[in-house]
Write a protein that binds this ligand. Structure first.
Ligand code: GLN
Length: 247
């Protein structure tokens, strides 16, 4: 299982989000506290962020190496500022390729998506409709196929929350052993699911950093974090958090 996180709010540096907190994503790479499957996340990491003044599509940095080995990321992360950031550290599922293209976040237009879990590749292949116009997945990793299924629905005009929910429920019904925690954004909203793994969120309304954290597990011991139940859909913009049942 991987770990992922997102921030939506006042601009923050990648370092302040991914490296500084006591239980940051960088620390969760080697010492996650709540991961239900697997022990470490050393098969790669990725981060996507938006600079909306320059373009609607996010920038993305992905590597197929442990986050703690990448001194170049550590070097630039402190000077990159963004109001919407999505990061992931990876523990590859057995049989899945270890390569940059298999590493979250996946991207399509202005969208980013990460998957914490596993799902049968044949189930996903049967869900993909190659006439729908979205790009083919660039890796045979289950998560890349899952992202492609979401992209195809977005290309057909479905909203981000509905596309994510539809894909998770369909894949979860077709593969009873699937774990399908997804985290997605278009730069102005976050959408996340729980289906077999942990997820928490925090709303920060005062201080310098106003916004929403959504993460596989809390990045610190503050009691402001709220844990989600299983099989839920969370959507949030900078004002409201909505939680509904997927099934
Ligand atoms: N199945 C995905 C992969 O192989 C995600 C793995 C995970 O959540 N650990 O990358």
């Amino acid at each position: 299982m991987c770990r992922h996180m997102a921030w939506l709010g006042t601009p923050r540096t990648l370092t302040s989000l991914l490296r500084d907190p006591p239980h940051s994503l960088a620390r969760q790479a080697w010492m996650p506290r709540r991961m239900l499957h697997g022990k470490i996340n050393a098969d790669g990491f990725g981060v996507g962020w938006y600079v909306t003044a320059m373009r609607t599509e996010p920038a993305r940095y992905r590597r197929a190496v442990p986050i703690w080995t990448d001194a170049s990321f550590a070097s630039f992360a402190g000077v990159v500022n963004s109001s919407c950031v999505l990061g992931a550290v990876r523990n590859a599922t057995v049989g899945m390729p270890i390569e940059e293209t298999a590493t979250a976040p996946y991207a399509y237009g202005r969208y980013l998506l990460s998957h914490n879990g596993r799902v049968d590749v044949d189930v996903l292949m049967s869900m993909l409709d190659w006439t729908r116009g979205a790009p083919a997945p660039d890796s045979r990793c289950d998560s890349a196929l899952l992202a492609a299924a979401v992209w195809q629905r977005l290309a057909a005009g479905v909203s981000l929350a509905a596309a994510v929910a539809e894909v998770v429920v369909a894949a979860g019904r077709a593969d009873g052993a699937a774990r399908l925690n997804l985290l997605a954004t278009d730069g102005s909203q976050l959408v996340a699911t729980t289906w077999g793994e942990t997820l928490s969120y925090r709303v920060s309304t005062d201080g310098d950093d106003i916004g929403m954290d959504v993460a596989s597990e809390p990045s610190d011991d503050s009691n402001e974090w709220v844990d989600l139940d299983d099989h839920q859909l969370l959507t949030t913009d900078t004002r409201d958090v909505t939680i509904s049942n997927l099934i």
